[in-house]
Design a protein around this ligand. Structure first.
Ligand SMILES: [Zn+2]
Ligand SMILES: [Zn+2]
Length: 405
């Protein structure tokens, strides 16, 4: 058993194989994990916290009473956590209700949890933290290691100009870098500030134990913006009907080559035609409607702002404002009308807020529908219409873990 319950107690080395024969070792490991998770001394075992005590009699262990499982069941389940038995799979608690893995464009995003929630492996709490980073209060010019994404992955929310805050009570700021003239000094300051993303949480804060993995940003994007025809096709049709019906269209650009956008438009058109009512005529999708949908822009009517994070086919008013339902950036497309030969260009990728995953490079390459239909069919997809764009990496990980465990 470990004799030092403080925060500097040695943590179990994950690379070391467990030693099933030695029960004392396991107990020590568990103790260390508790010390690391709950900051040591307050959570030390009864035996240790009594060390140096004034000799008062130890309190009797509280009796565990539950109508749902017996003490023997609880102990067996705890044993299973340490030495899982391959022949027995039981859970003390039922599976928690799981969120859907994606939200199509026709459904609103689920309500976000509070930004203070410590849930490092969940995409929606990450989005809740990211949304606190506003362009007015958190500079988009900070280096990526201090940017909104890095800070939110480490558990921080934006509070005040270039300020960061956590529910553990820690507050600090990363402003003032622009005043440092010497480039080498600035690099070193940035390095030290970036180390603070983990170290500045208070003792006992869960974010000191586990930060969100970088891959969670992509997972959040796939959750809120699935690259499947079932989501992109209705969105593109609604953009065409509500936002692109006017005579003048915005001048626009995006990183996807136009022949790939044409392939996407054709695939989405075919998907919609397959599912339309008999006799209904869908207006032909073009590259702009397909590109706006691909880059996550939704028709936005200020009068119905609450409903602007999804489309309801066939309803909704015409509007020339589009908005991203992840970063909530709104763009009035009238600003990009060609005037006197010169015009501002609506960059479908770069108009997203700095931390928005739709602004990142190359994520759109995950969309198989950017390739000609014939090419995808040749590769053996049976039901092209229902084809998912990409296997979610998290799934592969779960499968791999299942094989090992
Ligand atoms: Zn904290
Ligand atoms: Zn966005």
């Amino acid at each position: 058993m470990s004799t030092d319950p403080g925060p500097s107690a040695p943590r179990p080395d994950p690379s070391m194989a467990p030693k099933p024969a030695d029960a004392d070792d396991t107990h020590g490991d568990l103790h260390d994990v508790f010390s690391a998770l709950y900051a040591g001394a307050e959570w030390a075992s009864d035996a240790e916290s009594d060390d140096g005590d004034d000799g008062a009699a130890p309190e009797p262990a509280p009796e565990v009473v539950s109508a749902r499982f017996s003490r023997a069941q609880l102990l067996r389940a705890l044993d299973d956590l340490i030495l899982p038995s391959p022949s027995r799979k039981r859970r003390i608690f039922p599976d928690p209700a799981r969120l859907p893995t994606t939200t199509p464009s026709t459904a609103p995003l689920p309500p976000l949890p509070p930004a203070s929630l410590c849930a490092p492996f969940s995409p929606l709490p990450l989005l809740a933290r990211l949304r606190t980073f506003r362009q007015e209060t958190y500079s988009a010019l900070l280096p990526p290691s201090l940017g909104a994404q890095a800070a939110a992955l480490a558990g921080w929310t934006n509070a005040g100009p270039d300020g960061l805050a956590c529910a553990c009570g820690a507050r600090w700021g990363v402003g003032g870098l622009g005043a440092i003239k010497d480039a080498r000094v600035r690099v070193e300051v940035v390095r030290r500030l970036a180390a603070g993303l983990s170290a500045r949480h208070r003792e006992g804060c869960g974010w000191r134990v586990a930060a969100s993995p970088g891959a969670l940003v992509g997972e959040m994007r796939r959750f809120a913006h699935p690259l499947v025809a079932a989501s992109l096709a209705p969105l593109a049709q609604e953009l065409l009907r509500r936002s692109l019906a006017g005579p003048v269209r915005p001048v626009w650009s995006c990183p996807v080559p136009v022949e790939q956008l044409d392939a996407l438009a054709a695939a989405l058109q075919a998907y919609g035609a397959d599912r339309a009512e008999p006799g209904a005529v869908l207006p032909p999708l073009d590259a702009l409607a397909a590109a706006l949908a691909l880059f996550g822009w939704y028709p936005y009517d200020p009068g119905f702002a609450a409903a602007a994070d999804h489309v309801t086919p066939g309803s909704g008013t015409p509007t020339d404002i589009v908005a991203c339902r992840i970063c909530q950036r709104r763009v009035g497309m009238w600003a990009f009308q060609p005037r006197d030969g010169a015009a501002k260009v609506f960059d479908l990728q770069r108009e997203h807020v700095a931390w928005c995953p739709l602004r990142a490079d190359d994520w759109w390459r995950e969309c198989v529908r950017l390739r000609p239909l014939g090419e995808v069919e040749r590769e053996g997809a049976v039901d092209i219409a229902a084809l998912l764009v990409s296997e979610r990496p998290a799934k592969r990980w779960r499968r791999a873990r299942g094989v090992r465990g």
